[in-house]
Design a protein around this ligand. Structure first.
Ligand code: SAH
Ligand code: SF4
Ligand code: F3S
Length: 463
């Protein structure tokens, strides 16, 4: 059964590696990241902590003394993937008895000591305990398993220097945790209560990133727009504006925002600053008010549509994406049709679409999982097909339009083409040869010449 699909957006959940060079203690570490961008950012924090303790990152599990899996627990298949990966690591441990294997992240927080029951796993560390990773690795090297899974009300890793992978785009967590408690979701349990970094530390880090050569920064949080600097009282719109002013040439993005906290002030701040990208990921989850209420999403379809109108009035060319869950408990055919109706009304540029996966200990777990798999699958497929059609139609209207494209490097498929991203977060492919006078990190103007549902193709214009 197809359980998740992405259209017209970069795919989440692909493993990524962090690589840096630093002072060494003779030990090598490899981190594999699963799940959302928060985990990508957290892996960079973990590598920052380990680097400060002398560990050297390597980009292959085969060369590592310490292998860390930074995991996701959002859906059952996310966890299955990790169990499979741990099984695959068993032979490696057989060949190297000193190998330390650690499970970090949301699955570590959710499953806790039960993960340590696996012979292979030496350490288990939850998202708020990453400062303890070096200590736990040391203990494991001396033969004892270790666990640290306490959630914190204050930890933001504000003072930790993350070790970022090379590139021009940086992730920066600005708040952690979630207080929304949507009934289907494990995040409030795996990441704990909401807390925000100080505005000044975010602004300072953005400046450092610019000086280090980064040209785009994405401010991250599970509910990024419920950010609040407790000391000064600044909200997310204030933070965005301050960051936009501090690094006026830097592209600024953010994710994920919640419809309840999508204020007029935030929308107007986005419209006001040229360097805040005109792209919003605003998960709707369902087009039925009855289902939204069961999900405890705290808004109605009418509120959502009214926010959309406000957004488009302020930023007519904004690109929008969303998350949708198919087959939540008690979802009827009529509820499902309402989701399709909302998709037709909003016309999203992209969407992450999922079949509902019941998670133990959530409120929805107790509501049951009464939509049969084949019905969920069929509804998900209808959602995916509709999204693909809409995205293709929207992208077709891009032909002839000019976009400023941040150059990211060679395209994966063809050596004579490079790729970049538009302000609206769409991938643009364009011809490239040795006469090109731009480099990675430059912004160039391109005219779109053709498109698919997932990609725009363009050529450079210099006038
Ligand atoms: N904080 C973000 C979402 C983070 S999880 C927000 O509220 O928008 C990313 C997405 O995974 C969610 O938006 C939801 O669509 C999906 N998701 C979360 N729990 C799920 C579950 N139990 N089954 C299926 N999809 C789920
Ligand atoms: Fe999960 Fe809802 Fe929080 Fe998003 S807002 S992380 S879906 S509980
Ligand atoms: Fe997964 Fe945790 Fe992110 S459950 S989606 S890694 S916050």
């Amino acid at each position: 059964m197809a359980t998740e699909t992405t259209i017209a957006l970069p795919v989440l959940g692909e493993p990524t590696q962090a690589a840096i060079i630093g002072p060494e203690n003779g030990r090598t570490v490899y981190v594999e990241t699963y799940g959302c961008q928060m985990n990508v950012s957290d892996s960079e924090i973990v590598m920052g902590v380990l680097h400060a303790n002398g560990y050297r990152p390597v980009d292959s599990a085969d060369d590592a003394d310490v292998i860390l899996l930074n995991t996701c627990a959002i859906r059952d298949n996310a966890e299955k993937k990790i169990h499979d990966r741990l099984d695959a690591l068993k032979w490696q441990k057989r060949h190297n008895r000193d190998l330390v294997v650690g499970v970090l992240g949301c699955m570590a927080e959710r499953l806790r000591t039960s993960l340590l029951e696996k012979k292979l796993v030496d350490i288990v560390v939850g998202p708020d305990e990453y400062r303890k990773v070096p200590e736990l690795v040391e203990t494991a090297l001396s033969g004892s398993k270790g666990i640290a899974v306490k959630l914190s009300r204050v930890e933001t890793y504000d003072d930790i220097q993350p070790l970022r992978t090379e590139g021009i785009s940086a992730w920066m967590s600005i708040m952690r945790g979630c207080d929304k408690f949507c009934t289907f979701c494990v995040v409030p349990f795996t990441r704990g209560r909401e807390r925000s970094r100080a505005l000044q530390s975010v602004v300072d880090e953005a400046k450092q990133l610019w000086d280090a050569g980064f040209r785009e920064v994405t401010l991250l949080g599970q509910n990024v727009n419920s950010y609040r600097d407790d000391v000064s009282g600044y909200d997310f719109a204030d933070l965005l504006a301050a960051t936009a002013r501090a690094v006026p040439q830097m592209r600024i993005r953010y994710t994920t925002s919640h419809p309840q906290d999508m204020s007029d002030k935030l929308i107007d701040t986005m419209a006001e600053h040229d360097n805040i990208c005109k792209y919003i990921h605003l998960p709707i989850q369902s087009g039925s008010n009855r289902v939204l209420q069961l999900m405890n999403r705290t808004y109605t379809v009418e509120h959502y549509m009214q926010r959309m109108e406000r957004i488009r009035a302020a930023m007519p060319l904004v690109a929008m994406s969303t998350d949708i869950i198919a087959g939540f408990c008690t979802e009827t055919e009529d509820d499902h049709q309402r989701t399709l109706d909302v998709m037709r009304a909003v016309r999203y540029d992209g969407a992450y679409m999922f079949a509902y996966s019941p998670r133990e200990n959530t409120k929805a777990w107790k509501m049951g999982d009464d939509v049969p798999d084949e019905v969920k699958s069929r509804r998900l497929q209808e959602i995916v097909d509709l999204q693909q059609t809409i995205a293709a139609e929207i992208n077709a209207t891009e032909v002839g339009r000019i976009h400023d494209v941040l150059v990211e490097g060679p395209s994966k498929r063809n050596a004579s083409e490079w790729r970049g991203r538009s302000d609206t977060n769409k991938t643009v492919i364009f011809p490239h040869d040795e006469t090109a006078d731009y480099i990675v990190g430059d912004t160039i103007r391109t005219r779109i010449t053709r498109s698919t549902s997932a990609t725009l193709f363009g050529e450079r214009v210099t006038t």
